[in-house]
Write a protein that binds this ligand. Structure first.
Ligand code: 2HG
Ligand code: ZN
Length: 463
């Protein structure tokens, strides 16, 4: 055996692409959190399932931790390598392997971007409906690892709903073929679903078969300005009862301010505290009339102050940019992020408590809210003031997150709706999952990854 783990890896897999330059270590060792200093051992870019299996076997034998890595657009530190791990980047495994018109499935390698999946589905006359702003950079493997949600969950559900089959290399190097694309399969535990959302702690996804569906019906996009917070769920209930919604997203005036400063076009004059971007089926004149009547009704009730209905695809895209551009517009501030959820029915009460908490705890700090209100999922971005150093800022935000976790617990909510636990939220996992559940989760982890080489330190405080 060679004298260093890396030399041994090179000896075993001479064809494996390995990167060790400082710039590469930095690039592949971090995700969008930017909070940890990346210090990976090296970056491995396998090009086949065999290579992935060989790397996992090597890691077990030489006791090297692995960080499975996709597009690294994650916001919870799930793909950060800050402890000398080998980054296992699936970037080169990025091809479409098969389209099956009868099964309406697309089989892909994990490193393919979500955008490329959309394009491939569309090219075959169908739709892969999970969608969100990072579509051009995130990978399907990462989407699966976090059970990614996004802007169309209200209509189509999360990633979990769209996985027909997975091939996974477990922590001890075994290749599992999970569910094999079956629609009906009542034959015991569904490990495919267990892998989805497991944040790279149980296995490495090396192939995924995605379900596709009919392209969406013609739709319209509307931007609404709302006078107060209570109006959000009132408008939601009204619109949902009259229209077939594809998306219902909200943001505050603070978010609008940042996104406009970042180059988006103002669509409504005047200042309002809350905004909604909604997209709904509008297949004919009748549904368009219903949409306008619904809008007018909301105005009459005093729940909507102003609105714009997109008149072209370009205008629809401009309205969407007001919502989808928020994360990018805030990125230079390196915000502290919360990504929380409650049941839709609990949103009104939770919003009030959350607002009181944040106003009390962050009197001098800008807090930006937005998110998938129609799914009960809120994003809170806290911006560090210039005169507060990073460590003190994070400590303050961690303190508030603890309080927020208690509030969430009392409303039956979750500390992570769609971004995952990763490194960022592991201290709060127990606010969402019971001690018994966490113990079982760790037990499951031991079964799939007995030596704990897959993404150690993520999800749980102690592993
Ligand atoms: C979104 O909904 C993403 O735009 C990112 O989940 C949320 O930046 C965030 O906090
Ligand atoms: Zn989101």
């Amino acid at each position: 055996m060679s004298d260093s783990p890396l030399a041994e890896l090179v000896q075993r897999l001479p064809e494996l692409r390995l990167l060790t330059e400082p710039g590469d270590l930095e690039h592949y060792g971090r995700d969008w959190t930017r909070r940890w200093t990346p210090t990976p051992l090296a970056i491995a870019l396998p090009s086949s399932v065999d290579e992935v299996q060989a790397i996992v076997c090597w890691a077990n034998e030489l006791n090297v931790a692995l960080v499975p890595s996709g597009g690294r657009t994650g916001l919870s530190g799930g793909a950060v390598a800050a402890n000398g791990e080998l980054v296992l980047s699936l970037e080169r495994m990025n091809r479409v392997l098969d389209f099956n018109a009868v099964d309406r499935t697309l089989t892909v390698q994990p490193g393919i971007t979500l955008q490329a999946v959309h394009d491939a589905a569309r090219g075959n006359g169908l739709l892969y409906p999970v969608d969100f702003a990072a579509r051009g950079s995130c990978s399907i493997g990462g989407n699966i690892a976090t059970n990614a949600g996004g802007i169309r969950v209200i209509r189509y559900g999360n990633t979990r709903e769209w996985i027909a089959a997975l091939k996974v290399v477990t922590g001890n190097g075994e290749l599992l073929e999970l569910n094999r694309g079956l629609i009906k399969n009542s034959s015991g535990y569904d490990f495919r679903q267990l892998m989805i959302g497991s944040e790279g702690t149980l296995g490495v996804v090396v192939e995924a078969t995605l379900k596709l569906t009919d392209p969406p019906p013609l739709s319209q996009v509307m931007l609404l300005a709302l006078p107060d917070m209570d109006a959000l769920m009132q408008v939601f209930a009204l619109f949902r009862s009259r229209l077939s919604l594809q998306a219902f997203e909200f943001f505050t005036d603070h978010a609008l301010h940042h996104v406009l400063a970042h180059g988006a076009q103002r669509a409504i004059d005047g200042d309002y505290p809350y905004y909604v971007v909604t997209e709904f089926d509008a297949v004919d004149e009748k549904t368009q009339e219903i949409a306008l009547a619904t809008f007018e009704q909301a105005v009459e009730k005093g729940w909507v102050s102003d609105g714009v209905l997109a008149q072209s695809d370009a205008q629809a895209a401009a309205l969407w940019r007001l919502r989808e551009g928020i994360t990018e517009s805030l990125a230079p501030h390196r915000p502290y992020k919360n990504d929380v959820s409650v049941k839709v029915s609990a949103v009104p009460a939770f919003l009030h408590e959350m607002q009181a908490l944040l106003t009390h705890e962050y009197p001098q700090i800008e807090v930006v809210w937005f998110g998938h209100i129609g799914d009960g999922n809120l994003h809170i971005n806290v911006l560090r003031p210039d005169d507060l150093d990073e460590v003190a800022f994070v400590a303050q935000c961690d303190h508030v997150t603890r309080l927020l976790a208690t509030t969430l617990q009392s409303h039956g909510g979750s500390i992570s709706a769609e971004h995952g636990i990763g490194l960022v939220k592991r201290a709060y996992l127990e606010s969402t999952r019971s001690a018994a559940e966490i113990m079982l989760m760790k037990g499951v982890r031991k079964v799939f990854d007995p030596n704990g080489i897959l993404n150690p330190g993520k999800l749980f405080m102690d592993n």
